[in-house]
Design a protein around this ligand. Structure first.
Ligand SMILES: [Zn+2]
Ligand SMILES: [Zn+2]
Length: 160
């Protein structure tokens, strides 16, 4: 499994770390801002590439995503939609053709792009992991619960 941990303090990504069978149980790294973070690599991650809990924040919940640079994806989508809307107004057949092409492209991309597992707690990412039945796409309810938790812990830190 390859993990791309996120710093709990500043939210910046660490360089990806390839986890192998003989990787140590604890890894210590510093982020670009100098925060020291210790990652706990579980046996299931090492042995089976199975993500049980997050090596960074130790939360058990994660969601499936697609390994696409979101900005690039959204940017090109908006440009293509703009072009098809323009085409629809001048030559509607071409516009509709382009919309269909877009939908087809989306479907192909969705099927071929590799999966990404993202931790709800800290946003750390995993690649090349083993798929299981209970891995699901992003759930806003779970996301909201973690967001509230984060706010609470922040408040506790500032009030003590
Ligand atoms: Zn940091
Ligand atoms: Zn995490």
């Amino acid at each position: 499994m390859k993990i791309r941990p996120k710093c709990l303090t500043c939210g910046s990504f660490f360089p990806s770390i390839e986890i192998l069978k003989d990787s140590p149980v604890k890894l210590e790294r510093s982020c670009s801002s100098g925060h020291k973070v210790v990652f706990h690599i579980s046996e299931s991650i090492k042995e089976e590439s199975l993500w049980e809990f997050c090596p960074v924040c130790e939360n058990p919940d994660s969601y499936l995503s697609k390994d696409v640079p979101k900005k690039v994806f959204l940017g090109s989508l908006i440009i293509f939609l703009g072009i098809s809307l323009y085409l629809l107004s001048v030559e509607w057949v071409l516009g509709i053709g382009l919309l269909f092409a877009l939908a087809a492209m989306d479907l192909v991309l969705y099927r071929t792009l590799p999966d990404l597992l993202v931790c709800y707690g800290c946003g750390s990412e995993a690649r090349k992991f083993v798929r299981t039945e209970d891995q699901r796409p992003y759930d806003p309810h779970v996301g909201e619960r973690y967001r509230q938790q984060k706010l609470l812990t922040k408040k506790q830190i500032t009030s003590t």
